[in-house]
Design a protein around this ligand. Structure first.
Ligand code: SAH
Length: 367
């Protein structure tokens, strides 16, 4: 028998074509799209407005869901972390961050990550594989269903950030496909303007993304103001050093809409990249490239095997004021979900890191 088709990564027109191959009328495809994306149902048996006979055939030919939630954790600050498995047994992690005026879902673009950033726990997994468009969409569906229930319209807007495991620009096609599916007003209706993709600096793909018309916002992870230090912390810098990266950022910036800005992320590592000199070097680097960006300072989220400590608050504040004195808009990112290892750089899909935490529930297949 042919491999079952994964339906969660298909657009509405693709679902219409798919049902037509089963000899069905096109409106069944639209019905199916609404059921999977708008009502966020995760099994054909729940789509009771489809004839039973069609549901049986769908169960044979296709999959309405492929990710299984293995466990979930809830932080004291309300952040929820999900550990899921793909059908081939690989870990996928997603974090749901409720805020007063919106929810943010931090999703993974790959299982593991091929980049070797020394301050990030995910790096220790290596790359297991890139996720499919359907696996990206499903992470959002699972998080929203857990927060609000299947089919319930979220009370606040949903923002997405591709800041979970993986390097999104090494899986750009699947990512853009997932974003197109999620933007459909008859589905999840999360438009690219609500999405931020974060990259370690895959220069050719930044240039590709600059040409995409309906595209997400872009954030670039810098972590160091000089090539010497960045080579050490983020080995991708040896392939695409700072001058190449910032030149690509400048090209990207020229394609932004009025009022839109690039974001640079800078993880603050105590005694490594947080000195006054380095703050001035960072400001000069951005100003030399004439980029009107904003900088997010992220205090390092510690994890046992990582050889770093977060910069203290006073140091972060001083770093921020030096950047601001040189005209750079700077924000300090508040860590969320540190107690459940859900914060940036702490996703390593290891039950062992979490074994001494209280696990809220263990939910079975197809939640
Ligand atoms: N590969 C992409 C997206 C994933 S990382 C990228 O590099 O941008 C998302 C953000 O978390 C990046 O800015 C990264 O630098 C930051 N980060 C990684 N490990 C961290 C840690 N331990 N503490 C704080 N931020 C971290």
């Amino acid at each position: 028998m042919d491999k079952p088709v994964e339906l969660t990564g298909l657009s509405q027109p693709e679902l219409v074509s798919f049902v037509e191959t089963l000899g069905e009328r096109s409106y069944r495809g639209r019905q199916l799209f609404a059921a999977l994306q708008h009502r966020r149902l995760r099994s054909f048996d729940e789509i009771t407005d489809l004839p039973k006979e069609l549901r049986t055939r769908l169960n044979e030919a296709a999959r309405a869901a492929t990710l299984n939630v293995e466990s979930q954790y809830i932080s004291t600050d309300g952040t929820r972390r999900y550990l899921m498995k793909t059908h081939d047994g690989l870990p996928v992690e997603t974090v749901f961050i409720p805020e007063e005026r919106r929810d943010t879902i931090c999703f993974s673009s790959q299982s593991g990550c091929p980049l070797q950033c020394t301050f990030c726990l995910t790096a220790q997994l290596g790359l297991l594989r890139s996720l499919t468009a359907g696996e990206i969409v499903e992470q959002i569906v699972i998080a929203l269903n857990d927060a609000y229930g299947a089919g319930v319209k979220p009370p606040r807007g949903t923002n997405l950030v591709a800041m979970g495991a993986g390097e999104p620009l090494l899986n750009l096609d699947a990512l853009l496909k997932a974003l197109r599916v999620m933007a459909d007003p008859q589905g999840l209706h999360i438009v690219p303007n609500r999405v931020t993709v974060s990259t370690a600096g895959v220069v050719p793909r930044i240039l590709d993304l600059a040409k995409v018309s309906d595209r997400p916002h872009l954030a670039i992870s810098l972590a160091a103001p000089t090539d010497e230090l960045r080579n050490e912390l983020m080995p991708i810098n040896k392939r695409w050093p700072l001058d190449d990266l910032l030149s690509a950022c400048k090209v990207f910036e020229m394609s932004l809409k009025p009022g839109e800005r690039l974001t640079f992320e800078y993880v603050m590592l105590d005694g490594v990249n947080d000195s006054d000199v380095q703050a001035r070097q960072l400001a000069n680097l951005l100003n030399r490239h004439n980029i009107a960006a904003k900088v997010n300072l992220i205090p390092h989220n510690p994890a046992d095997p990582l050889p770093y400590r977060p910069s203290d608050e006073a140091t972060v504040d001083r770093f921020k004021s030096i950047l601001e004195s040189k005209g750079i808009h700077t924000y300090v990112r508040k860590p969320r979900g540190r107690d459940i290892f859900a914060a940036c750089g702490q996703l390593a899909a290891r039950q062992s890191t979490l074994s001494n935490l209280s696990q809220i529930t263990s939910i079975g297949a197809n939640n």
